[in-house]
Design a protein around this ligand. Structure first.
Ligand SMILES: *[C@@H]1O[C@H](CO)[C@@H](O)[C@H](O)[C@H]1NC(C)=O
Ligand SMILES: *[C@@H]1O[C@H](CO)[C@@H](O)[C@H](O)[C@H]1NC(C)=O
Ligand SMILES: *[C@@H]1O[C@H](CO)[C@@H](O)[C@H](O)[C@H]1NC(C)=O
Ligand SMILES: *[C@@H]1O[C@H](CO)[C@@H](O)[C@H](O)[C@H]1NC(C)=O
Ligand SMILES: CC(=O)N[C@H]1CO[C@H](CO)[C@@H](O)[C@@H]1O
Length: 318
């Protein structure tokens, strides 16, 4: 049974997988490798095993959402109480730019966004996935993982599954360390999908944004507003580095409070992105927090930011 499954997996993998560097399917015993820091001078594909050190997207971002509704409440898709939700784990280039959908043989996103690899009309088209839904959980016996993801990895306006396969196809395929050959000759189809989900969750669980803000008296409120600088200072105190704080909603100078101001930053707190490098494989969790690159999309004006309470019917029980 096991041998034939492995043989089938190998032939499938051999037939369909692309890879960033064309590694062999052997020699990826990372325990034997020094844990090179991503974005350091030694993290170069010609001198390290690219399966054991992140050499492609070495500036990692663990990203979260603050949402106040899902849009699919009537189907039971709700937000967890008092918790920011997981958005994804992203591999930026060391200089802060990035690419996406790096392996179209692992494209499971039914609605690619953007629809070309560089986001420009001249980029390689990313065809929408039209096949049956993937189910890596059943194969791996990871129903506990699926349950966790349905509670904390929450989409807005479409079912959670679509966010998960979007994050995987767009981002996981641009890590050298999640490349299919890294899993060796016994690769089981989609084990890299599970590995990506688990790694994204590993970092998410270390980043309790809700509790960190709460410890600095910053709590969801429909009657109070906050300043971006207070939010950044609170998160820096807890994380050690300043994350990117993102807002949505109206621009400050389009609101009554901000009329006449030149501050056109947005006013509803909605995202946070934590930046870090890793030693060795991201899967091992050896992170080195670093500061954000780029500036916040939120309004800078004092007291300009709403950290809204979710709609009551949008939050689940325990
Ligand atoms: C950033 O790094 C990537 C990967 O090395 C490279 O392709 C890209 O041109 C660089 N971008 C800039 C703006 O330097
Ligand atoms: C990508 O989307 C844009 C805007 O909807 C559309 O004009 C373009 O044709 C699409 N490109 C591809 C390759 O599908
Ligand atoms: C808001 O601020 C931006 C940037 O300063 C400015 O270009 C825009 O005209 C302002 N809008 C309003 C409605 O005041
Ligand atoms: C708080 O305000 C937001 C934005 O207006 C609204 O969607 C939400 O339902 C409100 N929550 C509560 C508990 O009133
Ligand atoms: C350095 C090293 O161990 N190389 C081995 C990688 O795997 C191939 C295939 O098994 C071997 O031929 C190499 O010797």
């Amino acid at each position: 049974m096991k041998a034939s499954t492995a043989a089938l997996a190998l032939s499938l993998a051999g037939a369909s997988c692309a890879s960033l560097y064309g590694e062999t399917q052997y020699n990826h015993s990372c325990v034997l490798d020094p844990a090179i820091r991503s974005c350091s001078p030694k993290a170069k594909p010609d001198i390290v095993d690219t399966c054991c050190a992140e050499t492609y997207g070495g500036l990692l971002l663990s990203t979260q959402f603050w949402s106040i509704y899902t849009g699919l409440e009537d189907q039971g898709q709700v937000l967890p109480a008092d918790t920011w939700t997981l958005h994804g784990l992203w591999p930026d280039f060391c200089n802060g730019s990035y690419t996406q959908y790096c392996d179209l043989s692992r494209q499971y996103d039914p609605d690619p966004s953007p629809n070309t690899t560089n986001g420009e009309p001249n980029g390689t088209p990313v065809p929408p996935y039209t096949g049956p839904k993937i189910n890596p959980f059943a194969e791996a016996g990871k129903l506990d993982l699926l349950e966790f993801m349905n509670k904390y990895w929450i989409n807005q306006g479409a079912e959670n599954y679509e966010l998960w396969v979007h994050e995987y196809s767009k981002h996981a395929t641009c890590f050298s360390t999640f490349d299919v050959p890294c899993y060796g000759p016994d690769y089981i189809p989609q084990e890299d999908v599970i590995d990506y989900f688990e790694t994204a969750i590993r970092y998410y669980l270390r980043l309790p944004t809700y509790d960190w803000l709460d410890a600095h008296d910053i709590r969801p409120s429909n009657s109070t507003t906050y300043s971006l600088s207070a939010i950044e200072t609170a998160l820096e105190a807890e994380y050690g580095m300043t994350p990117y704080v993102g807002c949505s909603g109206p621009s400050y100078n389009e609101t009554a409070e901000g009329a006449g101001s030149s501050d056109d930053g947005r006013t509803q707190l909605s995202e946070v992105w934590y930046f870090f490098h890793v030693r060795g494989r991201p899967q091992s969790g050896a992170w080195l927090p670093t500061s954000q690159s780029g500036s916040s999309s939120c309004a800078q004006a004092s007291g300009a930011i709403h950290y809204f309470e979710p709609a009551p019917g949008s939050v689940g029980g325990d």
